[in-house]
Design a binder for this molecule. Structure first.
Ligand code: HSE
Length: 301
């Protein structure tokens, strides 16, 4: 009558693939405990790790909103009720797919509690509704990798197509979250609707080459193709010392460096755990000098 699940944080966009590419990390992430109750309806019993920022109203919180929709669609809402505990083990509004991790944990937990009536492909549209609630846009580049794991490509949202890509085994990521708030809704407003053709050509060349390089395990080309001249110039302005952190990462052998999702977390992709650890400690030293607070993580992809 109870399940306890974990859903991982994710790095959306993979720098050049705005709204279409993303990968999951090992940590951080969200934990959810979901229980059946005799009382009908859904309640959030408890949230920890959110500094009181998240709503306890189950219809306003992504952890329960989509799970409830699924529960009703399955026609079970008159049979029994649900209670949810959410333990946030990751920062909110950080560019690490916090709302996505909560949504995926909630929806996945419900499916487990019910004995897995739906496939992950069937759960995905419910998870995307959580993103719509969180930021007004039902993009899948956080929820898909959080649900499926690994690297995912969403070549189309309508109709919804998701492809899992192979993960080159030596790929690691260093993530640094400088503690400033950048809500996704605002970060999406910064982006221009029109992209000059020259930049578009560069961007789709990079995305195409990135996919080929992932299949070929060509680490240098993975790094070279993960660049972004369309979004990064606007969003990086919201991230303290973005250029300086990029310089440190590249000088310390990062394959590439850029914004994780909508920021302010930044990511350095590396070919070993050791390189990722070095980049994290160099950037931490720099941020300490500048009195900027941060969280950092190193993870295998
Ligand atoms: N693709 C999204 C964006 C990810 O960059 O706005 C953030 O959730």
């Amino acid at each position: 009558n109870q399940v306890h699940v974990f859903a991982p944080a994710t790095v959306a966009n993979m720098i050049c693939g705005y709204d279409i590419l993303g990968f999951a990390v090992n940590e951080p992430g969200d934990e959810v405990i979901l229980r059946k109750t005799e009382e009908l309806g859904i309640t959030i019993l408890n949230i920890t790790g959110d500094d009181g920022k998240l709503p306890l109203d189950p219809f306003k919180n992504t952890v329960s909103h989509s799970a409830w929709k699924l529960f009703c669609d399955l026609g079970l809402d008159e049979s029994f009720g649900l209670s949810v505990e959410l333990h946030k083990k990751m920062p909110i509004g950080s560019g690490l797919g916090s709302s996505a991790a909560s949504t995926v944990a909630g929806v996945f937990a419900l499916n487990e509690l019910l004995g897995k009536p739906l496939s992950k492909d069937q759960l995905l549209p419910y998870c995307m509704e959580g993103e719509r609630l969180a930021c007004g846009s039902a993009h899948a580049d956080n929820v898909a990798p959080s649900l499926f794991g690994g690297i995912t490509l969403i070549p189309s949202h309508e109709p919804l197509i998701v492809r899992s890509l192979p993960v080159p085994e030596e790929l690691y990521v260093a993530l640094i979250y400088p503690k400033v708030d950048v809500p996704t809704k605002e970060a999406r407003r910064l982006i221009k609707n029109n992209v000059p053709l020259e930049k578009a050509v560069k961007q789709w060349g990079n995305i195409a080459s990135l996919i080929a390089a992932i299949y070929e395990k060509d680490y240098d080309e993975i790094g070279r193709s993960m660049q972004d001249e369309v979004i990064e110039p606007h969003r990086s302005l919201l991230i303290p010392y973005f250029d300086e952190m990029k310089k440190i990462a590249l000088e310390n052998n990062a394959l590439t460096f850029g914004i994780s999702g909508s920021g302010p977390t930044v990511m350095a992709l590396t070919k070993s755990e050791q390189i990722a650890e070095t980049i994290v400690s160099e950037i931490e030293e720099f941020l300490n000098e500048k009195s900027i607070e941060y969280f950092s993580y190193v993870s295998k992809i």
